[in-house]
Write a protein that binds this ligand. Sequence first.
Ligand code: FAD
Length: 329
Amino acid sequence: MVSATEPVPGSTGAGAATDAVAVVCVRSGALPAGTLDAVAAAGGRVVLVGSGTAVAAEMLGGAAVEVSCWEAAGFAPGRWAGPLAELVSGCDQVVLPGSPDGRDLAPRLAAVLDRPLVCGVVEHGPGRLTVSAWGGSVMVDVPVAGPVVWTVHPVAVTAEAHLHGTGPVPVPVTAEPTEAHDAVTVEVLGPDLATMDLAEAPRLVGGGAGLDGPERFELLAAVAARLGAAMGATRVVTDRGWLSHDRQIGTTGVVVDPALYLAFGISGAVQHTAGLGDPDHIISVNTEPHCPMMSMADVAIVADANETVAELARMLGCVDGAERSGAVS
Ligand SMILES: Cc1cc2nc3c(=O)[nH]c(=O)nc-3n(C[C@H](O)[C@H](O)[C@H](O)COP(=O)(O)OP(=O)(O)OC[C@H]3O[C@@H](n4cnc5c(N)ncnc54)[C@H](O)[C@@H]3O)c2cc1C
């Protein structure tokens, strides 16, 4: 049984199907990547569920017009799906960020609501949702005739929302999780920089075609590890097979949102930068001072990226890197 002190976002009464609502999982007050896109796609209506929802609601600021907060411990998408379905059943469209938690909750919510699920939407319009296929080469329109649950490919749906201004007063929701199977958390380990989801990385080092080979990327990975950063690359690099596709940053790779981005030998093509989010700081190393990546950078260093990586490896005392730098310099 779910109760809220005011009508839940988007509903005008029992069973009344009205437009859209976003459902966003919150962990310790942190909003996942793609939240703003989901909230914007839902017209500013959002249900926050998880821990620290009041803090997360403040972070939404003027991007939201109606916020409901269900403060619930842990992460239990199976047990949350029932009460959440009750909350949002009045809305035709239920939108979740395409974050790991969003992708976990969305199919369960769709199953309880008995609705179709469309994943990784890059664009939406009346009666259709558009998803990308074949690495972004093909756009597929999915006709939508009735109520649906969908996840947003982060950043892809242009967010008109802005964080400035004061948001609405959140409406607290009380609900009891239903009986369902959820994974049991045995231990929470810190992220492994080499394999972590790039979308979650607060610091990113990126390498492009200006780097001269796969060995240079091994060196760059050692530098990244010393800087506490994860390493990504451009599509040119992943197409060459130097790194796997899950390391590709960009609109058809992983859409990221780091606080710091260091770009080595990257031109800054729009398909790359459109997936970069809004880093607080960008440092770019490139031999071409006027390329877009250099224009975007806070610190633009006109230099050979290969030599710079080798020198950084030496300075940071990367054991493997120091050994390798002689081989690839
Ligand atoms: C449908 C579609 C989807 C795409 N999706 C993506 C995507 O998701 N992500 C993505 O990244 N790309 C994507 N692309 C490709 C994108 O258009 C660019 O081709 C790509 O981002 C360029 O990668 P790059 O900067 O490594 O290479 P380039 O554009 O070739 O740039 C290399 C850069 O290195 C510099 N350089 C050269 N030598 C040195 C040196 N010794 N030291 C320092 N700098 C040097 C050059 O000045 C240049 O700026 C997509 C393209 C299409 C058509």
